[in-house]
Design a protein around this ligand. Structure first.
Ligand code: PS7
Ligand code: MN
Ligand code: MN
Ligand code: MN
Ligand code: MN
Ligand code: MN
Length: 345
């Protein structure tokens, strides 16, 4: 419980949990409710990747220098005292990198079996991020690969940690395809919702192979007169994200520890609620679309076991189905994707 964390007598570990609170809206609660044997491990995995992502997102770092930093980031995790003080002014998580020595100190106290999984994950993610600093997301295959690097690898890494802890079956670590799908469902939902924010940051994650069917340029969707094309493209992106739901459900069915179940399921429920809210919703091109606070609280309370979660998924799938419009160019395909999910869960 939270009391154990507040009661920790190691000031550096306390500081790590302060950074968790400062840098994560969505993960801090689910990490703190994890069983004690995994809580600090996952907190430090989160802070490791949050540090890496703060470098990736910083558009003020010269490209060559950024690529070098991303490719070597995994080695900083075991380099006592390493820190980074050159972040751009509006990088909100820059303080984490300034005090990164604290994270490294705690990281190096973890059981080596956990350190190895996290270092390997950060190494592959940093190299993937570096590749995508040099090239852009153009094809659907690029989109799958980018999302694999920044989120699918987190799914694989978490599955490996769950198995290594003994709280979950050792075969979970072998479920690479399913683990990848859980990350992709979260990441794609984030990318679809953040269209406007990423456009303002001049970052493009929607693949041209999809948006090119609806516009000459990705930014055209905010122009007056393009509303129909914008919605058709948005819905195509939502359909693509929703296609991961059967894998998500299959994975959740394999979990046995209640704290791991909630840790995994709550973000997935937030994602299906978000993608359903975003679907066929032109507000995505005008502002940040969020789920209602009460909706999130209700899901967190109800998220106790696989049957409760199945009920919530079914509710959102019906709502998604209901929001589908017969004038959408992908109306039939969208119905098929929703139907496939309903049949599999
Ligand atoms: C280690 C819990 C559980 C099998 C920092 C959790 C950013 C969506 O728009 O910060 O940049 O602000 O809102 C999380 C699968 C990853 C995927 C990826 C690590 C679930 C660095 C989360 C989180 C796999 C790259 C947060 C992928 O988005 O984005 C731990 C199983 C970090 C998970 C990033 C995104 C995460 C993300 P924005 P957010
Ligand atoms: Mn965020
Ligand atoms: Mn990023
Ligand atoms: Mn980010
Ligand atoms: Mn985003
Ligand atoms: Mn962002």
């Amino acid at each position: 419980s939270g009391d154990d964390i507040a009661g920790t007598d190691d000031p550096n570990l306390r500081r790590c949990y302060e950074f968790l609170d400062m840098t994560s809206r969505s993960f801090t609660m689910v990490i703190k409710q994890l069983a004690p044997s995994l809580r600090d491990v996952v907190c430090l995995y989160y802070l490791a990747l949050r540090g890496l992502d703060t470098l990736e997102d910083d558009m003020t770092i010269p490209l060559d220098y950024k690529v070098t930093l991303l490719r070597s980031f995994h080695s900083f995790l075991t380099q006592p005292g390493w820190c980074f003080t050159e972040s751009g002014e509006d990088e909100k998580d820059a303080p984490l990198l300034v005090e990164y020595a604290v994270v490294i100190d705690q990281f190096m106290k973890l059981d080596p079996k956990y350190q190895d999984i996290i270092v390997d994950s950060a190494k592959r993610m940093g190299n993937g991020m570096a590749d995508f600093c040099i090239k852009r997301v153009t094809t659907k295959a690029d989109y799958e690969l980018y999302c694999h690097y920044v989120a699918g690898l987190v799914g694989e890494g978490l599955s490996a940690l769950f198995a290594a802890s003994g709280l979950e079956d050792s075969e979970l670590a072998e479920q690479k395809r399913l683990s990848n799908s859980l990350g992709l469902f979260l990441q794609k939902t984030n990318i679809v919702r953040d269209y406007l924010e990423d456009l303002h940051d001049t970052r493009q994650f929607w693949p041209k192979e999809i948006w090119g069917l609806y516009a000459k340029d990705l930014k055209d969707f905010v122009e007056p007169g393009q509303e129909k094309q914008a919605l058709a493209c948005l819905n195509h992106m939502c359909m693509d994200a929703l296609s991961h739901v059967p894998d998500v459900f299959e994975y959740l069915s394999m979990l046995r520890d209640p704290s791991v179940f909630r840790f995994v399921a709550i973000p997935q429920l937030m994602a299906i609620a978000t993608i359903t809210r975003v679907f066929n919703n032109y507000d995505v091109f005008r502002k940040v679309v969020k789920i209602r606070k009460g909706e999130a609280v209700k899901m967190i309370m109800e998220c106790t076991n696989i049957n409760a979660v199945r009920g919530i998924f079914i509710k959102y799938l019906y709502e998604f189905h209901h929001k589908n419009s017969s004038t959408d160019p992908n109306y039939i395909k969208i119905n098929e994707v929703v139907g496939r999910s309903l049949a599999m869960i």
